[in-house]
Design a protein. Structure first.
Lengths: 239, 304
């Protein structure tokens, strides 16, 4: 589903990713971790062509997204569900509209849009705030709206950038359960996260970004000491 | 995309366009007013041209040469006059117009003056003999001698030969109309320019939202379409509003003429613009909207 081959990425000559090669199969559930500024968001952004690799090839569902024509990018993005690190909710639209509008692009009729948006918002426990504007919501609530929007179109691939960053333990676990359910239904899931405990307790496969490269497994040595110190469980190098 | 999905797209495009206009309703109202003002001015030109033209037409329907007769004209004098006219080889037909017919004609031509003339104590229109000139007579050299001949008749109060001033008036109509089209083109371009800038500004204002729409895979038509469609709607409303203003102004003038019995104005305010001119006004608004909208959503404006 996702294939990276010797991918490098520079921002204004500064190298963020050096030689990234890894694959994620269809139907897998994978975590991506690494210290802040390691390039997790950058890596995810290249999957939906918000950034282009400086060199190397990236295949998503067999499509070379780095060189695909501009006109086909919307279609690529519609086939995915994306949870952005900064949510990216439409500030002038309420919760319900923020979730349902992506279904518009897929030509889903109004009644169906209503039904699906409501169902999905129920999954993230926000069905009682349908008419609230994003600015009226807490950080965690906004994050859950972003989650609902990413899930509402039943994507083939779910990409989530720190989807639990603003959630308490209970909600974070709920969200992980949700991801697991979606994964069981066949959606490939890729989650970038700092949360060691969450990754560890999930027992899922993990990649660690370390100095511009991707290492297989939860490589704690690559992470800053505070992140490592937080753990009180034994280390799983390979899950 | 399938056919139902496409139909659906059109509906949601319209939906987005209208709610977009509504969200920025003050800006929308302003630009609609601006467009309507431009088109209203064009409409004024059309109205003036139309009414000048109607003046030339009513006159042309009448005869090229009119001999107004003295009140005491005898049957024999009139017959002699007719004979003189027909023997000149310049006249195709003659027609005697009684004062009553003259008045009736006047009333049908200048409806707005009906009340004014009704108040007159007696029929002010003299009897006349109308002479239809042969087609080649109008420009011929013999015509001035013929006119002098007519004037010399005892029963002729006055002889009128209309060709020259009609020609002049037609020239004025052509100038007014061309001026209207020229000014209209300029104003429409101005309106389009304004719309383009409004669209550009709106895009700038909603840049974050547009970025989000892009990131979640909104089709380009759904991103740009509402702006273009919104601009077209603004143009359409502006055109209709201009038409409304023009009609109100025209009605107001008619009432003014009726109330004040202003004869000069009454002669020139008779007809509203033709349907084609209305179509030009509304179509001009739509076109200005389309042009402005398309220009406003250029790639350059949408990126960065
Ligand atoms: N648009 C950009 N222009 C220039 N530099 C950028 C840009 N985006 C990211 N960077 C740089 O690239 C590096 C990686 O950023 P990125 O956001 O991918 O990190 P991250 O792993 O997601 O961090 P975090 O865990 O804090 O979210 C950072 O040093 C950042 O400053
Ligand atoms: Mg990040």
């Amino acid at each position: 589903m996702i294939e990276f081959y010797s991918v490098a990425k520079e921002y204004h000559g500064r190298r963020v990713l050096k030689d990234v090669t890894f694959q994620v199969g269809r139907g897998e559930f994978v975590f991506l971790t690494g210290p802040s500024g390691a390039g997790k968001s950058t890596l995810l952004k290249m999957l939906f062509r918000a950034e282009r690799p400086t060199s190397g090839q990236i295949l998503v569902n067999g499509m070379n997204v780095g060189i695909m024509p501009h006109g086909r990018v919307p279609e690529l993005r519609r086939s995915m569900g994306i949870v952005f690190q900064d949510y990216k909710l439409l500030p002038t639209r309420n919760v319900f509209e923020n979730v349902s509008f992506v279904l518009k692009f897929l030509g889903v009729p109004m009644s169906e849009r209503k039904r699906r948006a409501y169902q999905t918002l129920r999954l993230v426990e926000l069905h009682h705030r349908l008419s609230a504007l994003p600015e009226e919501l807490s950080g965690g609530e906004q994050q859950r709206v972003a989650l609902a929007r990413a899930l509402v179109n039943d994507p083939e691939l779910l990409i989530a950038d720190e989807p639990t960053g603003n959630l308490d333990h209970r909600l974070a676990n709920e969200v992980m359960k949700l991801f697991a359910q979606i994964n069981v239904r066949g959606t490939t899931v890729l989650v970038a996260s700092h949360d060691m405990d969450l990754i560890r307790s999930s027992g899922r496969r993990c990649f660690t970004l370390d100095r511009g490269r991707v290492l297989e497994g939860l490589v704690e040595a690559a992470l800053p000491p505070q992140a490592q110190g937080k753990r009180d469980l034994p280390v799983h190098e390979e899950l | 995309m399938s056919a139902p999905a496409q139909g659906f797209m059109v509906v949601s495009l319209l939906d987005e366009a209208i709610s977009g206009l509504w969200r920025a309703r003050r800006m929308t109202a302003l630009s609609i007013l601006l467009i309507s003002f431009s088109l209203f001015l064009v409409g004024v030109f059309f109205l003036v041209a139309e009414n000048l033209r109607s003046v030339t037409e009513t006159v042309r329907e009448e005869t090229a040469v009119t001999v107004f007769l003295k009140a005491d004209v005898t049957e024999a004098e009139r017959a002699a006059l007719e004979k003189l006219a027909l023997e000149s080889r310049l006249v195709a037909a003659t027609r005697f117009v009684t004062p009553e017919t003259a008045r009736e004609r006047f009333l049908t031509s200048w409806k707005s003056l009906a009340t004014a003339s009704a108040t007159l104590p007696r029929n002010p229109f003299p009897a006349s003999l109308e002479l239809d000139l042969l087609p080649d007579a109008v420009g011929s050299r013999a015509i001035s001698g013929f006119l002098d001949n007519l004037r010399a008749q005892r029963c002729a109060e006055d002889v009128q030969f209309d060709v020259e001033w009609i020609r002049r008036l037609r020239g004025v109509v052509a100038v007014v109309r061309a001026g209207g089209i020229g000014v209209g083109l300029l104003l429409a371009l101005g309106a389009a320019f304004t719309i383009a800038n409004v669209v550009r500004l709106t895009i700038l204002l909603h840049r974050d939202e547009i970025e989000i729409l892009r990131l979640v895979g909104a089709p380009e038509v759904l991103i740009r379409g509402p702006f273009v469609l919104g601009a077209v709607l603004q143009g359409l409303l502006g055109g209709l509003l201009a038409l409304g203003f023009l009609w109100a102004a025209f009605e107001g003038l008619l009432r003014y003429v009726a109330a004040t019995q202003n004869v000069l104005l009454g002669v020139f305010v008779v007809r509203f613009v033709a349907p084609e001119a209305m179509a030009v006004l509304v179509g001009g608004g739509v076109l200005a909207g389309l042009l402005g909208g398309a220009f406003g959503v250029r790639r350059k404006n949408l990126e960065g």
